[in-house]
Design a protein around this ligand. Structure first.
Ligand code: ZN
Length: 132
């Protein structure tokens, strides 16, 4: 598995895009909304990996709930896999708790699924696979 991106929950995507532009000395290369998760996202390239900024577009968004509880900050780590359906079955058989038993459409042309942080030492982990 390769670290594909790190997801960071932010309150204001526009302000954070500017902050991270200065930090990386490079602007984000795309902005994308994911309706099913009620989020707007933006992506920065950082070497082999990416940074995904996530802003809630609705109070019911998981990102809004996360920020209410914990404030802004690292939200998830995303690992790229070759066969996400196989990995989900494998991890479930190993006793990991899945948030999504079948992959769904995510940002950046990916099929994604999350593992529950209860079963991964408190870290929310996303598996993703590039759509063919
Ligand atoms: Zn992500």
């Amino acid at each position: 598995m390769k670290l594909e991106h790190i997801g960071i929950a932010v309150k204001n995507l526009e302000a954070s895009n500017e902050l991270f532009r200065v930090l990386f000395d490079t602007p984000h290369y795309k902005v994308e909304s994911v309706e099913s998760e009620h989020v707007s996202t933006s992506f920065f390239k950082t070497g082999e990996s990416k940074i995904e900024l996530l802003e809630a577009t609705d109070p019911n968004s998981p990102i809004a709930k996360f920020i209410d509880k914990k404030g802004e900050g690292v939200h998830h780590l995303a690992f790229e896999v070759v066969d996400i359906d196989f990995e989900l079955k494998r991890l479930q058989a190993e006793g990991f708790q899945l948030i999504h038993e079948t992959p769904k459409d995510g940002a950046d042309n990916k099929r994604i699924a999350f593992l529950h942080p209860k079963s991964t030492n408190g870290v929310l982990i996303e598996l993703c696979q590039e759509k063919g």
